[in-house]
Design a protein around this ligand. Structure first.
Ligand SMILES: Cc1cc2nc3c(=O)[nH]c(=O)nc-3n(C[C@H](O)[C@H](O)[C@H](O)COP(=O)(O)OP(=O)(O)OC[C@H]3O[C@@H](n4cnc5c(N)ncnc54)[C@H](O)[C@@H]3O)c2cc1C
Length: 540
């Protein structure tokens, strides 16, 4: 039976961004939080490194701001960077007040701060090497214990619901159609404020470090309702993910190379010296690009990371987790080379928002990896993303609190109509298209791009979208179909953005335009049904 749900605030996504926003408001409002799978299934749980914030007396806000601007290759919005960095210590204190247990220095009892690539000071708070798991567990426990928060697992956002304001005729968001996977019915969720916190879109690529659900659903849903998206061409790739058919999304830390691991071709040759004087210790993007180049040149499925020249004792002491994980797939890293591929890791672009998390559509907010805040520019600096989740969740919550009493109650929405669709008897169409999409995105719109490759991808995406649309119109929806539909749309947005950027900058590298243009501009795509015609969006 189709259900109607009514809350003050609907939060779609239960990762760091969605969960912290819900907790910020729950003492005063009734909040629904949706997750398309289990409550801890997003990327947040997988974060290893930590959260960046200025807490050391030797460190400074200016330094964190400058480091972020440098990493972003001239494309960060300085006001967004400043806003995020300056609010960092407050959100960390809030997280600690929720029960977050960051690792502390054994002697001083102060937070233990580590340093990561791009940061010129020690400023990464962490919980051993599993920070995301600790953030996710802390926030989830608080949400589940809160009487005003209702968590809906296995509830999948299909599309947003909009209605017109009677007075101004502007559209506003008033809820969402949501597939309840427990009974395959599409429910109606209504709320005065709706928040997209659905994470990134890295699953658009064949190889990804992200969990299964990173299919850009929030970005696609916002675009369909007339919201602009920005800088979708900037996808961050991690250079080394374990390549094995059964090993999904297992990252091999850069410390393996830091401690002397070599990258080798299938014939055993070391090749990194040809690409950078620091060889295996070159910056992340250069290593990813070099691996991609060699794989394409040789037409092979993977290259190899080799640490067998170090003693078994050294490996066991430094990399016990990686050793155990690889052993599960029959690879003993003390004796065997590890097969590796680069993997899509982070979506820098997303739904365009202002410093309050507001999108182009009234009463619709976007926070976390789904959003484009201007913080990351052309390249994300390590550990800034969890910080962004926490800061923008707070600022969006503050804005919702200010305006919610002025928002009219949502009008009743039509129920989902399935009278003209049937059950599919050809699910192979979905799995085939899913594979094809992720493979051509990897081959043509991956780490190294060319105009020709992008044109090939554009051609294919048009045909795929047509096929998916027909399928969507005729058959009952399923999670796989919805994800495919969203991935195809997000892929198209990435291709269009990449074609518009006629330069190489940060994570976007094209052989046709290898130089960086003197003028830095965002790639902002505007949908034909642009929602903000009557709405002023304050954006930097
Ligand atoms: C392996 C790995 C390591 C990382 N390490 C770090 C690190 O050390 N430091 C750092 O700052 N960042 C790190 N990141 C990035 C960071 O983890 C993410 O950017 C961040 O956690 C995103 O949080 P989020 O709340 O936006 O989304 P997520 O945590 O991805 O949560 C998304 C939520 O949305 C829900 N959802 C999605 N689609 C739908 C739908 N259609 N309907 C209903 N619900 C939906 C999901 O179920 C989930 O609950 C890492 C990422 C990975 C993958």
């Amino acid at each position: 039976m189709t259900k109607r749900h009514h809350h003050d605030i609907l939060v779609i996504g239960s990762g760091a961004a969605g969960a912290s926003l819900a907790l910020r408001l729950a003492d005063d409002y009734r909040v629904a939080v949706l997750s398309k799978s289990s409550v801890q299934s997003g990327s947040t749980w997988h974060a290893q490194g930590g959260v960046a914030a200025v807490l050391d007396t030797e460190d400074s806000m200016e330094s964190h701001i400058q480091d972020t601007l440098v990493a972003g290759a001239g494309l960060c919005h300085e006001d967004s960077v400043r806003f995020t960095v300056e609010n960092g210590p407050d959100v960390i204190n809030w997280l600690v007040a929720q029960g977050m247990d960051f690792t502390r220095d054994g002697q001083t009892g102060e937070f233990h701060l580590t340093r990561e690539g791009g940061h010129s000071h020690r400023r990464i708070l962490h919980t051993a090497d599993a920070t995301g798991k600790a953030v996710s567990t802390t926030l989830t426990e608080r949400m589940l214990a809160h009487p005003n928060i209702e968590v809906f697992e296995d509830h999948f956002l299909v599309d947003l619901i909009t209605q017109s304001d009677r007075n101004s005729k502007t559209l506003r968001c008033s809820g969402a159609y949501v597939l309840d996977k427990n009974n395959d019915e599409v429910d109606v969720f209504l709320a005065k404020a709706v928040v997209l916190a659905t994470g990134g879109a890295s699953k658009v690529y064949l190889y990804s470090s992200n969990p299964e659900g990173a299919s850009g659903d929030g970005i696609a849903a916002a675009w369909r309702k007339g919201c602009r998206v920005a800088n979708m061409e900037f996808n961050q790739f991690h250079p080394t993910c374990l390549f094995h058919p059964a090993a999904r999304s297992f990252l091999l830390t850069e410390a393996l190379r830091g401690e002397g691991g070599y990258l080798r071709l299938p014939n055993g040759e070391r090749f990194m010296k040809r690409f950078h004087e620091l060889a295996e210790l070159a910056p992340r993007d250069i290593v990813a690009r070099a691996i991609d180049h060699e794989m394409k040149r040789l037409g092979v499925d993977c290259l190899y990371l080799d640490i067998t020249h170090k003693s078994a004792n050294f490996i066991n002491e430094h990399f016990p987790t990686i050793k155990q994980e690889c052993l599960k797939y029959g690879i003993d890293i003390t004796k065997d080379r590890i097969p590796v591929v680069p993997a899509a890791h982070y979506t820098c672009g997303g739904v365009l928002v202002d410093l309050k998390g507001r999108t182009d559509l009234k009463n619709l907010y976007a926070v976390g990896e789904t959003a484009f805040t201007g913080l990351h520019g052309a390249n994300r600096m390590a550990s800034n993303s969890l910080l962004e989740c926490l800061v923008f969740a707070w600022s969006a919550a503050e804005h919702i609190r200010q305006v919610i009493d002025t928002v009219p109650e949502p009008a009743q929405a039509l129920l989902w109509d399935e009278s003209r669709v049937t059950h599919s008897d050809e699910d192979v169409v979905i799995s085939h298209n899913w594979d094809e999409l992720r493979r051509f995105m990897w081959d043509y719109v991956g780490i190294v791009r060319t105009r020709k490759r992008l044109e090939r991808a554009e051609h294919r995406i048009k045909m795929l979208k047509k096929e998916i649309h027909e399928y969507y119109s005729n058959y009952k929806i399923s999670r796989d179909l919805l994800e495919l539909r969203n991935l195809a749309l997000v892929a198209e947005l990435i291709i269009r953005s990449a074609m518009q950027r006629q330069e190489s900058r940060g994570l976007h590298y094209t052989l046709d335009y290898p130089d960086t243009s003197p003028v830095a501009r965002d790639t902002i795509l505007v949908p034909i049904n642009f929602a903000a015609q009557n709405l002023i969006v304050h954006h930097p």
